[in-house]
Ligand binder design. Sequence first.
Ligand code: SF4
Ligand code: SF4
Length: 196
Amino acid sequence: MVVDLKLCVGCNACVIACKAANGTPPGIFWNRVLEQEVGTFPSARRIFWPMRCMHCENPACVHVCPTKATYLREDRLVVIDPDKCIGCKACILACPYNARYLWDGKKGYFESGLTPYEEKVYAAHTAGAVQKCDFCSRRLDQGLRPHCVETCLTSCLIFGDLADPDSEVSRLLRGPRGHFRLKEEMGTGPSIYYLS
Ligand code: SF4
Ligand code: SF4
């Protein structure tokens, strides 16, 4: 994924799209947009940072998982088998990007109980297991793009195959704009690139 920081307006549409599509329980955000204020008045400005699992090339979470619940798919997506996860939280501690959440099974946004929508979507989550963004792997398997990418109003999230030199992501990274990855010094090789 390539993220064009100049285009992100911090609308959080991608956050809501992810929540709606994946039905994540309260307090769990597979997709977040962090806000940073830079400069001083009168020339202060805000930068919005779309964040999610970086699907690292050398994922710390995979290395520490004692049950192999977290693993790399053949296509290099980092995914979790919730049936194998014992909730030890080793991966949460190991991940430098705070991308992982342990769901304790508490449900519902409303004191009045679960809505019909919540009844349905929470059934897909496993209490006591860790969860995170999987780049909408089931959509990718159908040749579709992740929900956040489809929803972004400004098209600042660009998803594609870096192994294909003709893909849009490859062309963007070869272009004149500089790019960087977060916490490169950790050696995890994140697969999300930010255009500066
Ligand atoms: Fe694992 Fe964290 Fe990297 Fe995602 S961002 S692959 S959870 S180390
Ligand atoms: Fe693996 Fe689950 Fe432990 Fe994470 S919490 S290291 S996924 S067993």
